[in-house]
Design a protein around this ligand. Structure first.
Ligand SMILES: NC(=O)C1=CN([C@@H]2O[C@H](COP(=O)(O)OP(=O)(O)OC[C@H]3O[C@@H](n4cnc5c(N)ncnc54)[C@H](O)[C@@H]3O)[C@@H](O)[C@H]2O)C=CC1
Ligand SMILES: O=C(O)[C@@H]1CCC=N1
Length: 265
């Protein structure tokens, strides 16, 4: 299967590197084109990917086309590749945040499979979480192809399109929130004399372990919080200080703002 990428920015690179890491696709079966040859050519050479001179040329050679440009380029880029999509019935996988299947259909019509795909950056090392939703023309085979591709680089959830904005907040954008939390914690460690590297190593392992404990035990976070909090101890002092500082309202505000942006409000 040949996979075409239109746009070779952070997310396309994360997907490519995840797929190559898992050795599920040959570099020669990945075809890329992006805005600046001076940027994408060296990257393609480094990973032995195929390049194409235009977006249309990518679409003409691909079995699956991944649209990985900024959402505002939707119209320009889709208009360019539309002839190949219609002629070759290439499945189009759109990563564009905030662009609905109806919005894609407005530009390219609905005679071939359109799948909305929302991955997160962690696909780069094979531990992402990706939501997918297809249009009426997306057959079970097109959905299964998309699902198995992204399952190589993490978990895949088939989600009603109406829930995509919430998914963006909880998974697409949220790695940034998690990194922010981790950086803040490590920074505080620096305040008390640890080196930043040492603090980040401690914090990241703590987060990995905490996430795995939730997943493997099936216990609710509050149960686990109670198990960490010794009566009159350090943890409850920290938990209450976080609550007083508005930790949960701050998280909710972040989710509200992300959803609002995704919905274009
Ligand atoms: N970065 C992330 O964590 C996630 C991003 N997304 C979505 O993925 C898409 C790409 O995001 P990023 O990779 O972060 O953006 P980016 O800005 O890093 O990459 C966009 C790429 O498109 C290229 N480009 C610009 N004009 C072009 C054109 N006319 N033809 C072909 N390529 C062109 C740019 O040179 C750049 O390499 C966006 O729609 C975003 O909403 C979705 C989930 C997560
Ligand atoms: O910031 C953004 O708009 C994209 C979508 C999800 C993650 N990055």
């Amino acid at each position: 299967m040949k996979i075409g990428f239109i746009g070779l920015g952070n997310m396309a690179k994360a997907i490519i590197e995840g797929l190559l890491l898992k050795k599920v696709i040959l570099p020669a079966d990945i075809i890329v084109h992006s805005a600046h040859a001076s940027n994408y050519q060296p990257y393609a050479e480094k990973f032995s990917l195929k390049t194409a001179e235009t977006n249309l040329a990518v679409a003409e050679q691909a079995d699956v086309l991944i649209l990985a440009v900024k959402p505002e380029l939707k119209e320009e880029v889709l208009t360019e590749v539309k002839p190949a999509l219609i002629q070759h019935k290439v499945a189009l996988l759109s990563l564009l945040t905030g662009v609905t299947l109806a919005g894609l259909t407005e530009v390219v019509g609905s005679t071939f499979a359109l799948v909305r795909v929302m991955p997160n950056l962690n696909v780069r090392i094979g531990v992402g979480v990706t939501a997918i939703a297809g249009n009426n023309v997306a057959t079970e085979s097109a959905m299964a192809t998309t699902q198995s591709l992204f399952e190589q680089i993490g978990e895949v959830i088939r989600l009603p399109e109406a829930d995509f904005s919430t998914f963006v907040a909880l998974a697409g954008s949220a790695p940034a929130f998690a990194y922010l939390f981790m950086d803040a914690l490590a920074h505080a460690g620096v305040k008390y004399g640890l080196s930043k590297n040492q603090a980040l190593k401690i914090v990241s392992q703590m987060v990995v372990g905490s996430a795995q404990l939730i997943q493997q035990s099936g216990e609710a976070p509050w149960n686990l919080i109670d198990q960490v909090s010794s009566p009159g101890g350090t943890t409850i002092a920290g938990v209450l200080a976080l609550q007083e500082a508005g930790f949960e309202p701050a998280i909710t505000k972040a989710v509200d703002a992300t959803i609002k942006k995704d919905l274009g409000e």
